[in-house]
Design a protein around this ligand. Structure first.
Ligand code: FMN
Length: 213
């Protein structure tokens, strides 16, 4: 092939490559975020593949990005990756042993039921310890954030209730050594999905009331 025709072929190849880039469908951030929300589903079966420390940290960062009442951020986390240990901890508490036996890691989302701050009616007053009225809501937002991040990262997880069941909370609390005012709210079992779990379509327009019930 002559030098001239080689250059022409190269130019044509570059043009094809460039045009395919131009024609690649653009996916908006809105679509990506909505797809992630609509794709999330509970996953209860996992492969043997471990999750990395980076993946765990990303999930915790996502959790801590949640909103919280008065921005108190009452959450704390206990990450468990030693399966023998967590199967022992969760063995007698009505938790789903089959799911936990397969999971690569467990994140226990904890929430502090108290807050130390100045009284509402005296913002300049001495801070005192009081009940944090939104600790449950905050922990729920954290848990959902983790589940959405799990979905975005190609992992799978299930939200397992701990609060408000005392037969679950009490043994978990003592096994993990939580302070008296801290509640183990949810237990997120996660790993690489083994099955083909699909999201459920939950859209029910009859549940929506505009203006008045
Ligand atoms: C507060 C709460 C507690 C839950 N507790 C459990 C549980 O103890 N065990 C379990 O297998 N799934 C549990 N789930 C997961 C639900 O069963 C699941 O979200 C529901 O069936 C809807 O399915 P989806 O997550 O795939 O949309 C819980 C979910 C929530 C929000």
């Amino acid at each position: 092939m002559s030098r001239k025709s080689l250059l022409a072929a190269l130019a044509a190849a570059l043009m094809v490559a460039a045009s395919s880039c131009v024609n690649a469908p653009e996916v908006s951030t809105e679509q990506i975020v909505l797809d992630n929300i609509f794709s999330r589903k509970s996953v209860r079966s996992f492969t043997d593949e471990p999750v990395t420390p980076q993946q765990i940290e990303t999930l915790l960062r996502a959790g801590m990005a949640a909103p919280s009442g008065s921005n108190i951020q009452p959450w704390s986390f206990v990450v468990l990756q030693d399966k023998d240990r967590y199967l022992e901890i969760f063995s007698e508490n009505n938790f789903n042993q089959r799911v936990f036996a397969q999971s690569a890691a467990i994140i226990v989302v904890c929430s502090d039921t108290t807050v130390v701050r100045a009284p509402r009616n005296d913002p300049q007053g001495t801070p005192v310890k009081m009940v944090n009225g939104t600790w449950r809501d905050d922990a729920g937002a954290v848990t959902e954030n983790i589940l959405l991040a799990v979905e975005a990262m190609g992992l799978g997880a299930v939200w397992t209730a701990c609060y408000p069941y005392h037969d679950r909370m009490d043994p978990v609390k003592s096994s993990l050594g939580l302070p008296a005012e801290v509640v183990p709210y949810s237990v997120v079992a996660l790993g690489h999905p083994a099955g083909d779990d699909q999201p459920k379509d939950k859209w029910k327009p009859e549940k929506v009331h505009y203006g008045k019930w």
